[in-house]
Write a protein that binds this ligand. Structure first.
Ligand code: SF4
Length: 794
């Protein structure tokens, strides 16, 4: 399989008007620039554009970046640069979105250049190492003269033309004061900053006054930037923040994604990344050129392949490293030692310290899940330990949400909460873990005026087939929202702004606190929220027969002192052997599913649920033992839905209710087992989504799901596909346990769901909107499905 190129560095001029002593083009091992033409010809540019067009069409690449580079690209002159941009746009218009950039030292940037860049939508990046002292340390003319004043003039021109101001690129020198560098760059109002570690290898190591001088230098800037409220994006920091959560890096110097960059020199030769010039003479050369070779040829070139091996291509040390998923072994060039790249980065100690520091600052990163667990979940299963990792992350997420609610807490409630957290943390945690506490907290923070208190997901249904049911229709688009703590913080801000609604909903925090006080055996007198005549305390029970929208709850030694006329109804559970779940029919926030929740159940219906659950769980333990440990570790709550429409079984999960599965009571325990297994897949994947970016969230396209008439967003398709692994497995296994007509039914359903689900994995991969981690995840899903036979019954 080819990794298509998406970033093209086009060398438009091979010489430079500065003589920076840290430049990798002229000052290091590779001296190939000496034999290159000075400027690129338009004939070569036309051929480059044709090659790119051919490549992006072949691989359905929708967005590409072309960086006009050098040497110093402005030396190409106004007309030539205009001609180059026009040739590229002309050839690629209508084929893909072309993002054109130019990276320059800036000393020649005049108004005429700015005009032509604005006309041709070319974003301009300027190389600048900080304040005057920092810049003049390296960025000087051959005469030794400073370039600082010219560069600052160029930046000021760009500040007056914000539509073309792309940002600043700063090469690090630890001899410079990091804060002075940061402040100098900040003052220039850049829309983005890149920090570049000096090009170095183990053979030519960087100047290093202390073992982690580069990490310390960058951490000083990170801490200041963080304290400043992150006034502009810094690509290196953003990349680490994304990769520690499993997202895609924004930079080739961090992360495990295969490089999608290729360089094209002024003579039309293809090269690998420029930085390789510091390793050995000829290192970036491929021997290929735009006239004789396609970009596909370059993509399968052994040197390209070698750089795209991800984790497998790293040294043993890196593969065992706990931060490898973020660091990725650093820049390929920095691994070079004595003819080999099979080493950690020469900046290894710096990268380890930097990633760890930024990871701690990016709170959810403390819940990074090992590859082994993520792979186990990706197969469609996951044992108790894997689910516990997800549950741990959910715990932190809930705490972040609750913390964000502080401004909305009724008087005195926050103090009670923190007191319980100090003296009865486990009890408080188990109340907060009730699935609909998160639904409520998100609802509060979003402050949305929705019909129900919890906010519903889109429709999902299962149409009953003859005999045992299950035409599962897949998951509707799950509401985006509290994927990460950072989003929680955003929502917290919005929630406070919309304090009218948020404060009203925030009153329910008193019920949460009261529930914990009851369970902790504490005394308490506290007004709590009443909805429809009932005050609900999550995981504890409901006081019914009340008037108004509030009641002062009196708790003595953990017992509720109820007024005459009020009735206390404890939470009920469903049990099978030593496993039990809450039967949630009272929480006012449970109505966050697509189907309306059932009201309080009478005893006969509870008995029917109990009988069905007991048998369903026994069936799961006996026939589907690979699902039982995960369910036992993560499924805490069953929420009855209102009766299903005739001919349908209905079941649902709510995106923010980790641990809850909702269903209308189906006809038989086998169907209940199927619904539980199916819906718990959504619970697991939702928790994975909270931790990792598996797909491009900006992708708004709709995709065919074989089990539905209407096309689905990518997240919905991924959710449905993951859930149907369990559906397929249910029928696969059932073929071994039933006979006669039921067997025929099981065989038919198995083949149907296997085909549908496998086809959906192809659509997911074909979308090209999965992250590297998403591709790995879906790859494991597909392996599971493909390993199941298509014909044999047993
Ligand atoms: S920190 Fe060092 S050992 Fe770990 S992945 Fe990066 S370069 Fe490799």
């Amino acid at each position: 399989m080819i990794t298509p190129f998406q970033q093209f560095v086009l060398k438009v001029h091979s010489r430079c008007d500065l003589s920076c002593d840290h430049c990798y083009v002229y000052e290091h091992a590779d001296q190939s620039w000496r034999s290159r033409p000075r400027g690129i010809s338009l004939q070569i540019v036309d051929q480059v554009a044709a090659r790119i067009a051919e490549h992006v069409k072949q691989h359905d690449v929708r967005d590409i970046h072309v960086v006009l580079h050098g040497g110093e690209p402005l030396l190409a002159g106004h007309e030539r640069l205009a001609g180059i941009a026009d040739a590229l746009r002309g050839a690629l218009d209508g084929i893909c979105r072309l993002h054109l950039h130019i990276q320059t030292n800036g000393v020649r940037l005049d108004d005429r250049f700015c005009d032509l860049f604005a006309e041709r939508e070319i974003s301009v990046g300027i190389s600048l190492d900080g304040d005057r002292a920092a810049n003049d340390r390296h960025r000087r003319y051959a005469s030794g003269k400073s370039s600082y004043d010219q560069v600052i003039r160029a930046v000021e021109r760009l500040r007056a033309r914000p539509e073309i101001y792309g940002g600043l690129l700063c090469t690090i020198d630890v001899a410079n004061d990091p804060i002075a560098v940061y402040e100098a760059l900040l003052e220039l109002g850049p829309p983005r900053i890149d920090f570049l570690l000096p090009y170095a290898t183990w053979d030519t190591p960087p100047a290093r006054p202390s073992p982690t001088a580069y990490a310390d230098w960058l951490i000083a800037i990170f801490d200041r930037w963080d304290a400043d409220g992150r006034p502009m994006p810094i690509r290196l920091f953003e990349s680490i923040a994304r990769t520690v959560k499993g997202g895609a890096s924004l930079s080739e110097s961090i992360g495990l994604e295969p490089s999608s960059m290729v360089v094209i020199d002024t003579d039309g030769s293809y090269e690998l990344v420029d930085s390789l010039k510091v390793t050995y003479d000829g290192a970036p050369a491929t021997g290929y050129d735009v006239f004789l070779h396609t970009l596909d040829d370059v993509a399968v070139h052994p040197k390209t392949r070698e750089q795209q091996r991800g984790l497998e291509g790293l040294s043993d040390t890196c593969r065992r490293c706990p931060v490898v998923r973020s660091c990725g072994g650093g820049l390929y060039t920095h691994r070079y030692r004595d003819g080999s790249f099979d080493n950690p980065s020469v900046y290894c100690e710096d990268l380890f310290k930097l990633v760890t520091h930024l990871g701690n600052a990016t709170k959810m990163s403390t819940h990074a899940i090992p590859y082994a667990s993520l792979d186990a979940l990706a197969t469609g299963f996951g044992d108790a330990a894997d689910i516990e990792l997800l549950a741990d992350a959910q715990r932190s997420l809930r705490r972040a949400l609750i913390a964000a609610l502080r401004p909305l807490a009724p008087a005195g409630v926050w103090e009670l909460l923190t007191d319980l957290d100090t003296h009865h943390r486990d009890v408080l945690e188990s109340v907060l873990a009730h699935p609909y506490v998160r639904s409520w907290a998100v609802d509060c923070l979003q402050g949305e005026r929705q019909a129900g208190p919890g906010g519903r997901t889109e429709p999902r249904s299962s149409e009953r087939q003859a005999g045992l049911d299950a035409g599962h229709a897949g998951q509707g688009p799950v509401r985006r929202g509290m994927g990460h703590v950072e989003r929680g913080a955003d929502l917290a801000g919005r929630g406070v702004e919309q304090a009218g609604l948020g404060v009203e909903r925030g009153r329910y925090l008193a019920n949460v606190v009261a529930a914990a006080a009851v369970r902790a055996g504490r005394d308490l007198t506290l007004p709590v929220v009443v909805v429809d005549g009932a005050a609900y305390l999550p995981t504890v029970g409901t006081l019914r027969g009340l008037d108004g929208d509030s009641v002062t709850l009196v708790v003595r030694a953990g017992r509720i002192v109820a007024d005459a006329g009020a009735e206390w109804q404890p939470v009920r559970t469903l049990a099978s052997g030593d496993y039990s779940v809450v039967l949630e029919d009272s929480d006012p926030h449970r109505d966050s599913h697509q189907w309306p929740a059932a009201g309080r159940l009478d005893e006969a219906v509870v008995a029917a649920w109990q009988a069905s659950f007991e048998q369903a769980w026994r069936l799961i333990e006996k026939e589907y033992p690979q699902y039982a440990p995960g369910l036992r570790g993560g499924l805490s709550t069953l929420t009855p839905l209102a009766q299903a429409p005739p001919g349908q079984d209905v079941s649902s999960t709510a995106r923010h209710a980790f641990g809850a599965v909702a269903a209308a009571l189906p006809d038989g325990p086998a169907t209940l087992a199927l619904l539980i297994m199916h819906e718990f897949q959504h619970v697991k994947l939702g928790a994975v989504f909270d931790l990792f970016d598996l797909y491009d969230r900006a992708d708004t396209r709709l995709y065919h799901a074989p089990w539905r008439q209407d096309p689905r967003p990518l997240e919905g398709l991924l959710q449905g596909t993951y859930a149907h692994i369990a559906v397929t497995d249910f029928w696969r296994t059932r073929r071994h346990t039933v006979e006669g007509a039921e067997l025929e039914k099981a065989q038919e359903e198995y083949l149907r769901w296997r085909g549908h689900t496998l086809a959906a994995t192809e659509t997911l991969v074909g979308s090209k909107a999965l992250t590297a981690l998403g591709e790995r995840f879906v790859g494991r899903m597909r392996e599971t499905l493909a390993s199941w036979p298509v014909d044999a019954r047993r």
